[in-house]
Design a binder for this molecule. Structure first.
Ligand code: ZN
Ligand code: ZN
Length: 196
């Protein structure tokens, strides 16, 4: 099952030109089985996410991309009340809520701020990012090898052109938000680059 674990829509991500329905339709056209909305520093509320999921031809999940003192962090399973710009606070909250934190596009700007101790905040990194260069993705995939879990993949789409450039391939079908968290925690997935 191919899921794009990193995409942005308007208006929740003001920098995105993609309407949510446009995103899910394009993702379906380009062969994806699902998308996970990762708006900047905010979560979709459950009802709106459900409504989009019902209207979408593919599965729709919700997470968030949080701006922190360690760069951008993709947070899965973390309630919005626990969002923070402090990665240490986020890591403590992730522990409490059974959430998972990944450093987004680590070769772009994030990983250099991580030390031997603080690297433990993150289960892994984004190893394939559709908006990063080939060289940045090679570096990120190399970094992912040092973490507890495999790296994830996502398009980081903000425009129609970028939809479907990268994703995460899961070995089992994901039917619920719980399934997504369980599959991530089990490491039962791999990052895939789908187009240059
Ligand atoms: Zn980012
Ligand atoms: Zn992003």
């Amino acid at each position: 099952m191919l899921i794009d674990l990193h995409c942005h829509t308007f208006p929740f991500s003001a920098c995105s030109a993609l309407e949510p329905l446009e995103l899910v339709r394009l993702a379906a056209d380009r062969g994806l089985d699902g998308v996970c909305l990762t708006e900047h520093d905010r979560a979709w509320d459950a009802d709106a996410l459900d409504a989009l999921g019902r209207a979408a031809p593919i599965a729709v999940f919700g997470a968030a991309e949080l701006t922190t003192n360690f760069g951008h962090v993709l947070a899965f399973g973390l309630p919005a009340t626990a969002f923070s710009a402090d990665a240490g606070e986020l890591a403590a909250a992730a522990e409490r809520h059974g959430a998972l934190l990944y450093l987004a596009h680590p070769a772009r700007d994030g990983l250099l701020r991580v030390t031997r101790e603080t690297v433990e905040y993150f289960v892994s990194v984004e190893a394939a990012n559709g908006s990063d260069s080939r060289l940045q993705n090679i570096a990120a995939a190399g970094l992912a090898k040092g973490f507890r879990l495999p790296g994830i993949g996502g398009s980081d789409a903000h425009t129609a052109n970028e939809v479907g450039r990268a994703a995460t391939r899961f070995t089992a079908p994901l039917r619920s938000a719980r399934d997504l968290i369980d599959a991530l925690r089990a490491g039962a997935y791999e990052a895939v680059q789908l187009s240059p």
